[in-house]
Design a protein around this ligand. Structure first.
Ligand SMILES: *Cc1c(COP(=O)(O)O)cnc(C)c1O
Length: 404
């Protein structure tokens, strides 16, 4: 059988659960900011696997670390020590200023692990009566797809017919510090929030919000848990998005770019005794902290810093945002972003964002719509000025078309 585009697409549709609706391109190769389809067409990747490929596709140094480690030792389980985990701990702690690290695999697992840990901390350190712990989250959050997490989503698509859900979560509006103050009770153990809401459409909270949030959490002995799975590791032009606000979370969640797209690696980082409440046998993961994951993550962190990707994200992000703002098109309702986490929100009358993404594909750009009317733009952090300008030219011609 020939390997034409239609075979891959049709075969996926025939056998696969239809939980995604991919754009009609079949990719077979990637390098840096570029990917190629099975026909040899080249595209600028403006999604970066939802920011997991921040270091660029198939980064040679991460690849070398992965291959080298795969030849030596891949998995031991945590029943034994391995010679990579301690080095991973040391390096990520030094980079982020954290005291304790819990390695997991997917982002959702890091979120679940943080929820378990802050609850345990609440009962054993804060003194919340057993079974009464409350966690505050925000409307329009995205923290992953497990049962625990979708239970406190406000998106009907995410929740419907997956219940019953776990209790213990309170939902408040994002960006509203007064709402947080009002929601906190003596049983509140944590506030779980994204620094910038990514899946919701790159929603940036008002200036000063996180300063107030930090003050409220400190004053009420509530753990501030920042989900930096998407915003972290340079995406917004700083190592962590919390640095834009001049605050420090009590618990920081990382994933996605922690492996540069090679392997699922996530981590819970804590600045205090939250992770200290976990005792042997109380939490775990067969693959969490395995030597292959640790070697890959170590290389992914190293190249991020050594190759100046964080500074480049700030520089190219500013250029990209300016360029998007300069596009005069009456399809555009709003343009926003921080670093290389950008979005173009279209007027509802302009038609679905999906149509624009399909048109962009025809011009050699892969981008992803979110929530009907928003195009999200998040290229790898290694993008150059010329590549930004190249993308802007194509975005300008596409956005001045009308697909209503
Ligand atoms: C992607 C994402 C997650 C979930 O990560 P998975 O690896 O898909 O489980 C959680 N939080 C945020 C903010 C994310 O962007």
């Amino acid at each position: 059988m020939s390997s034409s585009v239609i075979d891959f697409v049709a075969t996926e549709a025939r056998f696969g659960a239809r939980n995604y609706e991919p754009i009609g391109v079949v990719l077979s190769r990637g390098e840096g900011v570029w990917v190629w389809d099975t026909e040899g067409n080249r595209y600028l990747d403006c999604l970066s696997a939802y920011s997991a490929v921040s270091q660029g596709h198939c980064h040679p140094k991460i690849l070398a670390a992965m291959v080298e480690q795969a030849h030596r030792l891949t998995l031991t389980s945590r029943a034994f020590h391995n010679d990579q985990l301690a080095l991973f701990y040391e390096e990520i702690a030094a980079l982020t200023g954290s005291h304790k690290v819990l390695p997991m695999n997917s982002g959702a697992e890091a979120v679940e692990s943080a929820i378990k840990s802050v609850r345990k901390w609440g009962y054993e350190v804060k003194g919340v009566p057993d079974g009464q712990a409350e966690i505050i989250v925000c409307a329009n959050n995205f923290h992953g797809r497990t049962l625990g997490i979708v239970g406190f989503s406000t998106d009907p698509e995410t929740r419907t017919h997956f219940g019953p859900f776990a209790p213990g979560f309170k939902i408040i509006p994002f960006g509203d510090a007064a709402a947080l103050e009002e929601a906190i009770t003596p049983n509140t153990v944590a506030f779980l929030v994204e620094p910038i809401q990514g899946e919701a459409g790159v929603i940036i909270p008002p200036a000063g919000y996180f300063t107030k949030v930090r003050e409220l959490c400190t004053a009420n002995n509530v753990m501030l848990v920042l989900d930096e799975i998407q915003t972290g590791l340079g995406r917004t032009g700083k190592l962590l998005a919390e640095q834009h606000e001049g605050i420090e979370a009590d618990v920081t969640l990382l994933g996605k770019a922690l492996s540069g797209g090679f392997y699922p690696v996530s981590a819970v980082l804590s600045n205090n005794d939250v992770l200290g409440t976990l005792r042997p046998g109380q939490h775990g993961s067969t693959f969490g902290g395995n030597p292959l994951a640790c070697a890959v993550a170590r290389a992914a962190l190293r190249v991020l810093v050594e190759e100046g990707m964080i500074e480049n994200a700030a520089r190219q992000g500013a250029r990209f945002l300016e360029g998007l703002k300069d596009i005069r098109a009456n399809t555009i309702r709003d343009v926003r972003g921080r670093g290389l986490m950008l979005a173009v929100e279209l007027h509802p009358e302009a038609g679905r964002a999906r149509r624009y993404c399909e048109a962009l594909q025809g011009k050699g750009i892969l981008a992803k719509d979110t929530h009907e009317h928003t195009i999200r733009i998040a290229p790898p952090l290694v993008i150059t000025s010329d590549e930004v300008d190249w993308a802007l030219e194509r975005l300008a011609t596409t956005l001045t078309q009308d697909f209503a």
